[in-house]
Every structure is written in C-alpha cells, then in structure tokens.
Design a protein around this ligand. Structure first.
Ligand code: PHE
Length: 684
C-alpha cells in the first residue's frame, strides 16, 4: 500500500463554490420528484423513519468517505479506487456506469419541466388560462389527464408505442444546456450554482404555504407525517428509503468523489459533508410538506364532489406524482401562469446542476483513465446519452423510467454498491488514512467511531437490507421474473439484465490498460512497507475459518429449511455467534493496522467481509421470519388530525435540520476564526 503525494489539479474558486456545487448536485429533482413519489408508494409517513435515519447515520459518514477519498487521491472514481488498490478500480467504474444509466433518464424528467415551462409561458403570452386549469373536481381531473394523456399519451405495458416528438425537443435542449454548463470545467460550475441553488428554496416555501392554505391540507399532512408502522415490516419501504438516500445525496455514483477531487488542498471535508446532508434533507422535507398538503387539498375537492377518495388514492402515484400535484397547486394560485413559469424555471435550475454533475463524473472518470480530451469525450457522451434517452421519450417511456429508476436506486443497484464501497475501502485499504486525511483539514474531527461505522455498522445494515430484499424477491409467488400465472414480467427481466451488465462492464473496464494511468507505486505515491507477523497469519486464518463455518451453517439451514428459520433458532444462534467472533477477530487485526504498519493478511480481510455478511444474513432471516407473520393491515384512511407521533416526527425532523445546519455553520465560523483563514477561504 502507499500514501499519495500531493500534486496540482484544477480547483474550485472558493469554499462556497464547492459547497454550492455539491449541494446543487445533491438537491435536485430527486427531492421534489423522487422523494414524494417513493414516500407515496410506500404508504406515507413510515418512509420518513428509515429515510431520516439513513440520511444522518449512513449519508454523512459515507459522504465524508467519498470526499476524503476524492480529495486524497485527486482523481475521479475509478482511478481514485485504483490508486488505493489496483484491484478495486472496478468499484469506481461500477458507480460511474450506474450514473451513466441515470444520465439517460434524468434529463427526460428535466425535459418534462421544460415543457411545463413552455406551457406556462404560452398562456402568459396568449393571456389564456393554464391548459390544465380548472376549479373543483374538474381541476383535479384536468391535472391528471393533462399529464398522462394530453402530454405523455401514456400507454401501459412493456411495449414502446410511438415516439413523442414534443418531448424530444426539450430533451435535446436539456442536453445542450448541460453541455454548455460543463464544457468549461469546474470553475464555471462553481459560479453557475450561485444562481441555481438558492432560487428553488424560495419557490418551495411559496408552494408549501399555498399547499397548507388549501382546504383539506391537513389530511395530506397526516398521510405525510403519521406513520403506518406496518409498512416498516416490508423490505420495499427500507429499500426505497435507503435507495433514495443514495440517489438524493448523489452518493456512490462517484459524483461527490469527483467534486472533492477538484477541491483546494486545504479545504474542509467533514463539515461540508454534514452541511450538504442537512441541506438536502431540509429541501426534501419542505418539498414533502408542499406536495402532500396539496394532495390533501385535491382529496378534499374530490370528496366534496361525492367521490370520497382519500389522500392515498387521489392520484396514481409513481413517477408522475410531482407533475400532477404541483401543476394542480399552481393553477389554484392567483396569477397562476406566472407562478407556474417561475416554479418550472426553478425546477429546471434545480435539476440541471444535478444532471451535469453526473455527466461531469462520467466525463472525469473517462478523461482521467484514458487521457482523451474533454472536448472530444463530452460531445460523444452527449450523443450517446441522448440516443439511449430516446427509450424514455416513447409513449411507454415513463413506465420504463419507473422500472430502471427502481432498479438503479434500489437494493440491486446503488445500495449494494454502497456496501461494496465500504467493504472495499475498510477491509481492503487502510481506512485510518482517509480518516486522518479528512481530520487534518476539517472544522471538526471524526472520532475512531467512524472507522467502525464504515467497517462494521454500515456494511451490516446494507448487507441485511440486501439479503432481506433478495429473499423477498426470490420467494415471491411465481418468482421475481414471472407473474403467478407464469407470464414473464418484461420490465423486471430488462431491469435485471441492465443491473447484471453493470458489474461485468465495470470489471472489463478496470482491466483495460491505461496509457496515462498511474497505479500503485508509479511515481505519484511513496510506498510504505507493511509487516505481517507469525501471530497475524495464524489469527487471520482462524478468523477466516470461523467466518466460513458460520457461512456454511447458514447455507445448510437455508437449503434444508428455506427461509423460515422458526425451527432452526439454535443453529442460527451458533452461526451468529461464530460470525460475530470472526468479525471481531478480523476487526481487531484491522484496528492494529489503523495504528501501525502491521498489516493483516488477505485471509483476515476476507474473514471480515464474509463475517459481516454472515451477521447480515442472520438478521435478515430473523426479519423474514418475524415480518412474515406480521399482519398486513391496509392503511387506515380518514384520520382526523395529526397524532402525537406525527408531532414527534415533525419536531425531530425540524430540530435535526435546523439544529444540524446551525451547528455546522457555528463550527465553520469558530474554526475559521481560530485558525489560519486560508484553510477556509483558499486564495485561488
Ligand atoms: N441527487 C440528485 C437529485 O436528487 C440526482 C443525482 C443522482 C445526481 C446521482 C448525481 C448522481 O436529483
């Protein structure tokens, strides 16, 4: 292993430029489009619990990890991992490729925003009402039919239908805009975001106030804030919530890592990561209030007309949610067309910096590895991304988008990659190096707990989620790929193929020899010598054997008894105890490496990884058994008002967001007054 030497690289202008660019990447359509629809699909408030926990307990530590790695290696994702350990390069490519899939459909959502912007401008110019306007029940119906029928000409099922040329034009506009935003490099990005980040916050507040003043808004808030706890017994709720944490923070796609690689050598990392997380959580939370209050208003109107549907049924859910609820809310404002114009303009500004951040990370990955010119790679990527995007511009495009988004931002996609990232850096690299790198330049310091969070806690949590969802999918009636009647589910088949191709292509890419690549010990790194003692070797093998025994017991249990372990509790406990012992032993040796240069052997590293998976499997199996018998009561509608639980959730969320942000700013201010100012405000 080796330590990196510092070298010159293009940098952001100021700390503010970097923070805003990172906030710009994180805060995007995911907050106003993705978050509400996933919450709505998971039956409401219960989603908030794993989401908030995930944001704070997984989001912040992982964001620091990515910042530290990017900043330390000064490379985009593939080479950053490659510089830690040549065999890990594929992890970086994996994230880049998942990002590449997102960049095919994300601009399509942006294209919808452009279209709505255009419709609003048109009604201002012609002096007519918005095309979906209407009062009472007519307004609700108009908002739905306008988006699904008039605009998308949506069809159901896995075919494609006709190409929708009127969506293709704004899609091209999105790509051209993204192109111009990044072709100059990150300095310009740092300037653009001063406009594109603050504006959306103002608009959101206006919409939240409008939503809250609609009659019936309270019912929407009840749906949003009052948890239906039985939803937490379903792996889907956790999968969607954790997937959304990664998507919303642009985590594991290599974006944050790439952005940090352009950061000035003395910049803060820890505090910036926390600021970004809290700002992102805050935006989603306020966006949720705006959208659910509106849904409450819509449900109220339909009830008035005698239809009597609750918030849970007032719209279909899925990725169309934001494009029905927001237009409806806007049409209810005086001067609707103007508000609509401003709102969709802000949505565009919100989405554009997220969209180009993905392009930037893919671009930087390719340029760093191949040494090709940005000016050639960027146009080529634009054309390829646009070409693949055509799938989503068809009549069935939104269905495909829904499928692919579900796979990428679910357990098979990004949550698994997050697990891999933690495992790779903590068991196959020296995590302490990254912690001290981050601490050397940050407003506040990370304790050793962070090493353990990355090495043990987060992998166990994500591993549990992965295995739990896997069992859930595999044991579905008819299986994951077929309906109970034996028909193929085309969407799932295609999604799975895409997911399977990503790791294969990333391994292939990591094997390609790079003309400019500088791997371990090629001049940019000073090599440190590590020692492995005899005791080390023996302990490593013992840990490895224990992890394997635990895994073997689990495999036997599952193959004999399936996933219901009710009768196998004793054996499960044995497996768990041996697994925990293996992990503790392996971790003990890794902790030695944290302090000195005594390195554990490769057996020890694998013992750690297999052991954590053993523990995850035991927890997942227990969850399957426990939740399998839990009553799946349908969500109660017609709640009268917020319960005390809702108030607790509201208070916790507000305190976390406001308190977290204030604390971070306070730390930034006190740190910059104590120490050398150039650390906070680099001169170049
Ligand atoms: N975080 C962005 C959003 O919330 C989306 C994004 C995902 C950006 C992945 C970069 C990478 O909209």
């Amino acid at each position: 292993m080796a330590e990196l030497l510092e070298e010159q690289r293009e940098t952001w202008g100021t700390r503010g430029g970097f923070v805003l660019a990172a906030v710009g990447s994180a805060v995007g359509l995911g907050n106003l489009w993705g978050f509400p629809y996933k919450l709505y699909d998971s039956g409401g408030g219960a989603f908030l619990v794993p989401y908030i926990i995930g944001m704070v307990c997984i989001g912040i530590p992982l964001l620091i990890l990515e910042f530290s790695l990017g900043h330390f290696t000064q490379r985009a994702a593939p080479n950053a991992f490659g510089r830690c350990n040549k065999r890990l390069e594929f992890v970086g490519w994996w994230g880049i490729l998942l990002g590449f899939v997102i960049i095919m459909y994300y601009p399509v959502i942006l294209a919808y925003c452009f279209s709505f912007l255009y419709f609003s401008a048109q009604s201002i110019i012609n002096g007519t009402a918005l095309p979906w306007a209407g009062s009472g029940i007519e307004g609700v119906e108009n908002a739905k039919t306008f988006f699904n029928e008039t605009y998308l000409h949506k069809i159901d099922g896995p075919g494609f239908g006709n190409m929708q040329w009127h969506i293709l034009t704004p899609l091209i506009i999105s790509w051209v805009l993204m192109y111009f935003c990044i072709f100059k490099g990150v300095k310009l990005v740092g300037k653009i975001v001063w406009l594109t980040v603050p504006l959306p916050f103002l608009m959101l507040i206006v919409l939240a106030i409008r939503g809250l003043t609609l009659e019936g808004a309270m019912d929407g808030l009840v749906y949003y804030l009052d948890p239906d706890w039985s939803q937490l017994a379903k792996p889907t709720t956790w999968r969607l919530a954790f997937g959304q944490v990664f998507f919303s923070l642009s985590l594991a796609y290599g974006v944050m890592l790439t952005y940090a690689s352009f950061l000035h050598r003395k910049s803060d990392l820890n505090n910036n990561a926390a600021i970004i997380c809290f700002a992102d959580l805050g935006t989603s939370f306020v966006g949720g209030i705006a959208i659910f209050a509106t849904l409450g208003g819509m449900a109220f109107v339909t009830q008035q007309s005698g239809n009597g549907v609750g918030v849970a049924d007032v719209v279909d859910g899925g990725p169309g949610l934001a494009f029905i609820a927001f237009p409806y809310a806007l049409a209810q404002l005086p001067g609707a067309a103007w508000w609509s114009l401003i709102f969709f303009f802000t949505l565009v500004t919100l989405g554009i910096d997220s969209a180009f951040s993905i392009t930037e990370s893919v671009l930087a990955g390719l340029v760093d590895k191949t040494g090709w010119k940005r000016s050639i790679v960027l146009p080529a990527m634009t054309v390829v991304g646009l070409a693949f995007g055509l799938v989503f511009v068809t009549q069935s495009g939104l269905n495909w988008l829904y499928t692919i988004d579900g796979f990428i931002n679910g357990t098979w996609g990004i949550a698994f990659l997050g697990l891999l990232e933690c495992v790779a850096l903590s068991w196959f690299y020296r995590i302490e190096t990254l912690r001290s790198h981050a601490n050397e330049r940050s407003d506040w310091k990370l304790g050793v707990w962070w090493n353990y969070a990355i090495r043990l806690v987060i992998p166990i949590v994500l591993g549990t989620l992965f295995i739990w969802s896997l069992i859930d999918d595999v044991t579905k009636e008819g299986g994951f790929l077929k309906t109970p009647d034996g028909e193929w589910i085309v969407f799932n088949c295609v999604g799975l193929c895409v997911m399977a191709m990503v790791p294969i292509v990333s391994i292939a890419l990591s094997l390609v020899k790079s003309p400019v690549y500088t791997g371990d010990g090629h001049g940019v790194q000073k090599t440190i010598t590590y020692h492995t003692s005899y005791t080390n070797r023996v302990l490593s093998i013992v840990a490895f054997l224990m992890a394997m025994i635990s895994a073997a017991v689990l495999i036997v249990i599952i193959s004999v008894h399936g996933t219901n372990i009710a009768n196998m509790k004793v054996w499960m406990c044995y497996a768990l105890v041996i697994g925990v012992a293996a992990v503790l032993l392996a971790n003990y040796q890794m902790a030695k490496l944290d302090k000195s240069n005594i390195a554990p052997t490769v057996f020890n590293r694998f013992a750690g990884v297999i052991g954590t998976l053993d523990i995850s499997a035991c927890i997942a199996l227990t969850l399957v058994t426990l939740t399998g018998t839990a009553a799946k009561a349908p969500r109660e509608t017609a709640a009268k008002g917020l319960t005390s639980t809702s108030y607790i959730i509201l208070a916790v969320a507000c305190l976390l967001i406001a308190g977290g942000l204030s604390w971070c700013f306070w730390r930034a201010m006190t740190a910059s007054s104590d120490e050398d100012k150039s650390i906070q405000y680099p001169s170049s």
